[in-house]
Design a protein around this ligand. Structure first.
Ligand code: SAM
Ligand code: DTB
Ligand code: SF4
Length: 325
């Protein structure tokens, strides 16, 4: 069995990342088979419950108030609207429902209380509940846990070194504190990042090193490729080459054997074959639904066809463990 390690060096990670592709994929598939049923893919549906007007200045994000994009700020959705969307997601085959808010941080009060109610409602439907609400305190994490939250998504986004070029309104350290608050309450951590933001390959390896330093490893790790949205500072970034994404996913799979590696944003811009190659490299989770937060995703019929043609099946919720170790 491949050991779960937290002490990978950037040099070791880079060596894996740069292996000849057949060797890299062979190793990644070995790790994948040892730890998962390699014909299963987790289906998670996203919903933006509070869209736009975010005070943070994340350079990639169409929801930042600092950028003028297609996103119009919206009032927070009602509990009924969210639970209706969760029911539709469940009927379409999703097992995890992830609610996102364009907040810098959670503030106590009616909006947070509404999120807690949404979590209870999603759990009552028999789905896994995930939220991504920005920074949270230990006390807020405790309330989310009591409401039944399974997972909290909070990404590192990039390497500590590249981070300063992407966001200046909150620090890397702030992110690590939120992740600790989540972990300490026994909520599973979903934590990954984005490639295609002008970072170097070493930056990608440094981000992976930060992810594997976490104890336990994240329960799931979304690997997003930048969706370059008009009006954001990163609007003109070239699209990430699919083989670079495959390398990133395979490396993540080898480093984090028990983590669900999620082929996340950017899928709509990829061919069916490139997506399958990511799955052959160890990706075993996707965002499933016509919309991500504010940008389109592959539609559900495309995804059902993709799974069917490859002989893959949805991962049942039981096979989702609370911890990656
Ligand atoms: N406001 C909260 C936060 O930042 O933690 C939650 C929502 S935020 C949209 C969640 C994650 O989506 C970000 O950390 C980032 O990794 C990802 N994301 C946002 N915009 C993206 C884009 N244009 N392309 C790829 N990933 C993106
Ligand atoms: C994550 O890593 N990717 C998702 C989820 N976590 C919240 C968000 C992707 C957002 C893509 C741009 C948009 O649709 O707004
Ligand atoms: Fe706000 Fe999150 Fe977008 Fe950053 S990524 S601008 S915190 S919604």
């Amino acid at each position: 069995m491949s050991a779960v390690r937290h002490d990978w060096t950037v040099h070791e990670i880079r060596e894996i990342h740069d292996l000849p592709l057949p060797e890299l994929l062979f190793r990644a598939q070995g790790v994948h088979r040892e730890n998962f049923k390699n014909n299963q893919v987790q289906l998670c549906t996203l919903l933006s419950v509070k869209t736009g007007a975010c005070p943070e200045n994340c350079a990639y994000c169409p929801q930042s108030a600092h950028h003028k994009t297609h996103v119009e700020p919206e009032k927070m959705l009602t509990i009924d609207d969210v639970l209706a969307a969760a029911k539709r997601a469940k009927a379409a085959g999703a097992t995890r429902f992830c609610m996102g808010a364009a907040w810098r941080e959670v503030k106590e009060g009616p909006h947070f209380d509404r999120v807690l109610e949404m979590v209870r409602g999603v759990k009552a439907l028999g789905m896994e509940a995930c939220t991504t609400l920005g920074m949270i305190t230990a006390e807020q994490a405790k309330k989310l846990k009591e409401a039944g939250l399974d997972t909290y998504n909070h990404n590192l986004d990039t390497s500590p070194e590249h981070y300063k070029k992407i966001i200046t309104t909150r620090t890397y350290e702030d992110r690590l504190i939120t992740l600790k608050n989540v972990r300490d309450q026994g909520i599973s951590v979903c934590c990954g990042g984005i490639i295609g933001m002008g970072e170097s390959v070493d930056d990608r390896c440094r981000m992976l090193r930060e992810l594997v330093t976490q104890r336990p490893h994240p329960e799931s790790a979304p690997i997003n490729t930048l969706v370059a949205v008009e009006g954001t500072p990163l609007e003109s970034q070239p699209r990430v080459d699919a083989i670079e994404l495959v390398r990133m996913i395979a490396t993540a799979r080898i480093l984090m054997p028990k983590t669900k590696v999620r082929l996340s944003a950017g899928r709509q811009q990829m061919s069916r074959e490139a997506q399958l190659m990511c799955m052959l490299a160890g990706a075993n989770s996707i965002f499933y639904g016509d919309q991500l937060l504010t940008t389109p995703n592959c539609d559900t019929s495309f995804d059902r066809d993709l799974l069917a043609v490859a002989g893959l099946e949805p991962m049942p919720p039981e096979s989702v463990t609370a911890s990656a170790e």
